[in-house]
Ligand binder design. Structure first.
Ligand SMILES: [Zn+2]
Length: 217
C-alpha cells in the first residue's frame, strides 16, 4: 500500500518545510528519545539503549504522524493504537489523515484489560467492514501489534496496514500479519541476558540506570 518513495515524501508540512527524508526524521527522533547507558527492561534483560518517549516533543510527534499519514493509503477510515504509549501518536496520525482527506478520520484505542486488549462498543460498531490502520510507537517482538491486528479482524475490520515509530526487533509485516508495515526507524536495539559474560554493560561495570528502565530504585 505505501505508494511513495520512503526517502522523497513531501517536504512540505502544513505549508512549512520541515524534513525532507525519513532518514532525517529518524535522526531527529533519535536525538530526542535515545538514551545511552545500562538499563534493565521489564522482561529482566539488559540493554545499552533506552527509548525515553517522555522526551519526544509535540512538534516532532506531529511530524512523525504526518509522515505516517503520507505513507498510508487515502482509503484509511480509522486509526487504532494500543494503550498507553502509542495513543498520542495514533491520535495525531488520525488528525493528519483527516487533514489530508478533508473528512473526520476517527481514532480508537485498543484498551488494555486483564485478559488482553479490547475495543469499546463504539469502536467495534464503527470499524466493522472498514479499512483500518494500526499504529504502534515501538515494537520488539511485534506481540502487542499482532494482538491489536487480531482484535481488529475479529471485530470485522479490514486491517490495511500498520505503522510503527521504532521497529527495534526487526519485525516484518508477515510477523504482524498485515499487508504492509511502515517503520519510521527500522533499527534493532540489542538486548542481553544480565551478567558479565553476556552483557557488555555488566562486563564494563557501567552502573544500571536508576532513572530509566526497571532497575531497583
Ligand atoms: Zn548488563
Amino acid at each position: 500500500m505505501p505508494k511513495k518513495d520512503y526517502n522523497t515524501f513531501s517536504k512540505f508540512f502544513l505549508g512549512r518545510c520541515i524534513v525532507n527524508s525519513i532518514a532525517q526524521l529518524a535522526g531527529l527522533v533519535k536525538r530526542e528519545v535515545l538514551v545511552e547507558g545500562h538499563f534493565v527492561f521489564t522482561s529482566g534483560v539488559h540493554g545499552l539503549h533506552y527509548l525515553d518517549k517522555t522526551q519526544l516533543s509535540k512538534e516532532l510527534l506531529v511530524q512523525i504522524a504526518y509522515t505516517i499519514a503520507t505513507m498510508s493509503d487515502s482509503g484509511v477510515q480509522a486509526v487504532v493504537a494500543p494503550e498507553e504509549g502509542a495513543v498520542p501518536l495514533g491520535e495525531e496520525v488520525a488528525r493528519q489523515l483527516s487533514i489530508f482527506v478533508q473528512e473526520d478520520i476517527p481514532f480508537f484505542r485498543a484498551k488494555k484489560g486483564v485478559n488482553g486488549f479490547y475495543l469499546s462498543e463504539k469502536a467495534k460498531a464503527f470499524i466493522r467492514g472498514k479499512s483500518i490502520l494500526a499504529v504502534e510507537d515501538n515494537t520488539t517482538t511485534g506481540g502487542t501489534l499482532a494482538a491489536v491486528v487480531s482484535l481488529l479482524r475479529k471485530a470485522g475490520a479490514d486491517v490495511v496496514g500498520a505503522a510503527v515509530l521504532w521497529n527495534r526487533g526487526s519485525i516484518t509485516a508477515g510477523i504482524v500479519n498485515v499487508p504492509w508495515l511502515f517503520c519510521v526507524i527500522d533499527e534493532p536495539l540489542p538486548h542481553f541476558e544480565p551478567g558479565p559474560e553476556t552483557c557488555p554493560g555488566c562486563r564494563d561495570n557501567i552502573p544500571l540506570s536508576a532513572e530509566l528502565g526497571h532497575a531497583l530504585k
